[in-house]
Every structure is written in C-alpha cells, then in structure tokens.
Design a protein around this ligand. Structure first.
Ligand SMILES: Cc1ncc(COP(=O)(O)O)c(C=O)c1O
Length: 510
C-alpha cells in the first residue's frame, strides 16, 4: 500500500463535544468513519498513534483504542504492529461514491431516470394514496405520509365506541396475563395463530355468524387489511381479473390494485353486488370481494338469490370469494343475517372478520376462515410477511372471549349503536330538511347519506372537514361509473350531543 502521512488538520482531530447521547469512543469512531467515507482521508493515509490522538482529544488511550479496534474490524483501518494505523486501501467504491456525486449521505447510487420503486411498489403507493383510508398523500413526498394523530373529528370513520369499551375489564385481563407470563411464553408463536384463540372463535362464529369451520381453518391476522393483502398475494397473478363492488371499500380496492389485479368494478344496487353483471364483464375472474351482510359503503344486503348465484359462479369458474364481514354483528331489525360462508358447500369462500372494529382499532387482531386447502398457504404467507401475531394479545383476547366479555360487549354495543342510529336519522330528518336521504340503515356502524343529484360531495366534505367533521364523500368509492353524490356517516363512535352538534354544523354548510 502506498503509505502517506496526514499533513492537513482534519475536523476528526478537533476536540470532542460533550455529547449527551454519543459516548466518546463512538464520537471518535463516527468522525473517522465519516471522514474516510467522505473521501477526506484517502486510502493508505497514516493516522496518528492512539497515544498521540488520546492526548490531542483529551481522552484516555483506551477510548481511542476501542474506536480503532472497531474501525479495523469493519475494514476501515489496517493496523500493523510497530508500523502504525492506516486507512484501508480497499474501501468499496460504492461506499465512497457519494463524494463524487456531491452528496453526503451514503446511499447506493441509482442510474438516472430509473424508477426507485418497482411496478408493484408504485401500484402499492398509488393504491394507498388513492384509498386515503389511513394514509394521506402529500404532493411533494414520494410516498404517502402516515397520519399519526388520532382522528378526533366528529363521525370519525372506522371507529367503534371507545368510551363504552370495558377498559377496566381489559386492564384486569392484561395484568393477569402479565403475571402469568413466563419463560415458555417467550418462544415463537404459530403463524396461523394461537390455538386456544382459534378454538374459542369456532364457537363464537357458529353462534354469532352461522360460520361453520374447524379451528384449523381459522388464521389469526393483524387486520382485515392483512387478510386482503395475503389473499391477493396468494391467489392473484398480475393481470388477473378480480371483481370489486362499486362503490366499494377502498382498503380492498388498494390491496387488489397493489397486487397488480385487473379490477372489474361490479355495480351495487338495492340487492347488493349485481352478480349477473360481474359474470357478463369477467366470467373467468379469479376472485370476487364482497360485503354481503352490510355493503360498504351503501349499506344494502346481498339478496339470497345473488348469494347463491355468486357461489354457483365461483364453483363453476373455480374462483375465490372474499367475504368481508366487518360489522354485521350489529343488526337492528331481527337477528344478524347468516354469513355467506354458511351457504358455501364448494369451499370457495374466504371469510374475514376483525376485532379492530368490534373492539378497538389499536388491537390489530383479526381472522380469516379459509377453505382447508388454503390453510398452509395463508400460514406460509403470514410467516414471510411478519411471522405471527403477538402471543400476549392473543392470550388476553382469548380470555376476553371465553369469559363471555365479547358476547356481552357485542350485546351492549348493539343496543347503543341502535340508539345512536335512531338519533342520527331523527336529527338528520329534522335539521337537514330532505337534503340528505338515507335508505339502508338496519345494520352496522355507519349510514350512507345521499345528496341531491348534481351536488358536489367532495366540496361539501372538504368544507365539513374544515369545521371538524369527518364525512367522506361517497363519490370517492366509485372508480368507473358516474358516482352518486353523498356523505358517509359513522355514528358508532360519537356521543348523542356530538351527533346533534355535528348535524347542526352540516345543516349550516348545506
Ligand atoms: C369494509 C371494512 N372492512 C374491514 C375493516 C377493518 O379493517 P382492519 O381490520 O384492517 O382494521 C373496515 C374498517 O373500517 C372496513 O370499513
């Protein structure tokens, strides 16, 4: 190696800061490493001895030795007994490239004009930005920025009633399970989920939703969104046709879009998704996404005739049906309708349910009930994506179910949401004087309020947002057809006083 000594004074040898975060050794290490990477210390340059540097920097020799040893281990320095310490000659070109490019951060250089994201990556970012479910696209940022502050606007979408959640009971269960936590609890969990939770769900799903399954068919996931994501990964090739309700849930639209599916928008009418139109548009589609018990966002239910037609088509076309059953526990006229999965004899339905909406969104626990032949695929995909669901929360939730708290919470919420819905419809009728029409409101946690034809629902939604109301425009849920203008009202998470206040505000806007 062509050896040369340092002739110039470099910032690396200036006095160290009293840095509250970085130790002295780490500061020396960072400075020397940064100076080498920036190209200011050329390969082969001889460094002062650790003794000299320690005196200059007013630190102990051991501190400098520690930094030198680390830098040597990482390949930045070469040390020879009796010959001194040198900048290594073999610093990879890529690492030092930034200096030539005039940038200071170390980033692999990309050929100019080349897209930083893959096509799939761009589909994902585009779909998430369009969906605006929990991300907000900013004009300058490459990727959408995550909204980290809680949505405290009146009628905030996606929220159950958090004031009525039995927090004291939940805390008690958390504390009990924390005490039970032991060495055995620290191991890896099962990718398909915690067995006692899967077993507990069999009974709950049979009574509450008519879902028939063996516990092995239940896969515990982090959200309906993960069910959709894994289903799209496992079941769709890029370009495959997938039916999607129009208007329809943007989270599902985004998952299909990001998997590169060719989305076939199938219109929704008072009987739910028009299955005949779906068959006419794409008879050989690979997959259909439906919200049969409570269509999102319109609120209608899929008629029995259409349910049977959908299942018959799926069996014939060897297609999969994703049933998103996100809030159907809450039906206010009669008993909840049985799930579509209960009618499926051909094993074509992937049923998705979520505790994030039933209990609270921070929980991040949901489940898929999948046909037997898909169990291994879902477990494998979950392993690859993020391993498995946190064991602790699964154990707590299991006891919440087996001790009967889930059923009683659902019963109480059904009564509470029923009251809120009645109040909302009453206040809307009195204050909005027919300017908003609600048609289907016998299930769930939200209603679709239709505006008069020609209304600009996006503008109204924007103005409402500025006044503290979260009322997404229904036109946003359309992609191909002329949208019917309207607003989306989530009444589950809002107090009676706020319902009145919110509708008063809207009345002045309209
Ligand atoms: C139609 C629909 N499906 C599913 C969910 C729940 O999604 P996750 O479990 O991913 O939070 C929501 C939440 O708002 C929803 O509106």
């Amino acid at each position: 190696m062509a050896k040369q000594s340092i002739g110039v004074s470099l910032p690396v040898f200036d006095r160290l800061d009293t840095d509250p975060v970085l130790s002295l050794y780490r500061q020396i290490y960072e400075r020397i490493r940064g100076t080498i990477l920036s190209g200011s210390l050329a390969p082969g340059t001889r460094l002062p001895s650790s003794r000299t540097l320690a005196v200059d920097l007013r630190v102990s020799r051991n501190t400098v030795e520690l930094a030198f040893t680390q830098l040597e281990a990482e390949g930045f320095l070469v040390r020879k007994v009796g010959a001194g310490t040198y900048v290594a000659s073999a610093i990879p070109e890529l690492e030092r490239a930034p200096r030539r490019l005039g940038i200071t951060a170390v980033r692999p250089a990309a050929p100019s004009g080349r897209e930083p994201l893959s096509l799939r990556g761009r589909h994902t970012v585009g779909a998430a930005g369009r969906a605006e479910v929990w991300v907000r696209a900013t004009s300058r940022a490459l990727a959408p920025r995550i909204v980290e502050v809680p949505n405290r606007r009146l009628f905030a979408r996606g929220l159950p009633n958090l004031d009525a959640f039995p927090l004291a009971t939940w805390r008690r269960l958390l504390a009990r399970h924390a005490r039970l936590w032991e060495r055995e609890s620290l191991f890896h969990g099962n990718a398909a989920g915690y067995r006692p939770l899967r077993e507990a769900l069999v009974g709950y799903l049979a009574t509450a939703r008519g879902v028939r399954c063996d516990w092995r068919q239940i896969i515990i996931l982090s959200g309906t969104q993960q069910v959709l994501d894994l289903a799209a990964r496992l079941l769709l090739d890029p370009g495959d046709a997938a039916w999607m309700e129009e208007p329809g849930y943007l989270g599902a639209w985004g998952a299909l879009q990001s998997a590169g599916a060719r989305i076939i928008s199938v219109p929704v009418d008072p009987d739910g998704m028009n299955v005949d139109t779906g068959i006419r548009l794409a008879p050989t589609a690979r997959l259909a996404y439906v919200t049969p018990s409570h269509q999102y966002p319109v609120g209608v239910t899929l008629s029995l005739g259409r349910r049977l037609a959908l299942l018959e088509w799926a069996a014939r076309a060897q297609a999969w049906v994703i049933e998103d059953d996100y809030d159907s526990e809450f039906r206010y006229t009669g008993r909840p309708l049985a799930a579509l999965q209960a009618l499926d004899v051909g094993g074509r339905v992937i049923y998705a349910g979520t505790f994030n909406k039933l209990l609270f969104p921070a929980l991040r626990l949901a489940y898929a009930v999948v046909p037997e032949r898909l169990v291994d695929g879902f477990a494998a995909a979950r392993t690859l994506v993020d391993g498995f669901a946190p064991s602790f929360m699964q154990a707590v939730l299991t006891e919440f179910i087996t001790a009967g708290h889930l059923s009683s919470h659902v019963r109480r919420m059904r009564a509470l949401y029923h009251e809120r819905r009645d109040l909302l419809l009453d206040v809307m009728a009195r204050r909005l004087g027919g300017r908003i029409e609600v048609k289907s409101a016998d299930t769930g946690m939200h209603v679709a309020g239709w505006l008069r034809p020609g209304s600009d629902d996006r503008e109204i939604s924007r103005r409402a947002f500025d006044k503290g109301l979260d009322l997404p425009p229904l036109s946003r849920y359309y992609h191909t057809r002329r949208p019917r203008p309207g607003l989306f009202f989530n009444y589950a998470g809002i107090s009676p006083g706020d319902i009145r206040r919110g509708i008063d505000t809207l009345a002045t806007l309209l």
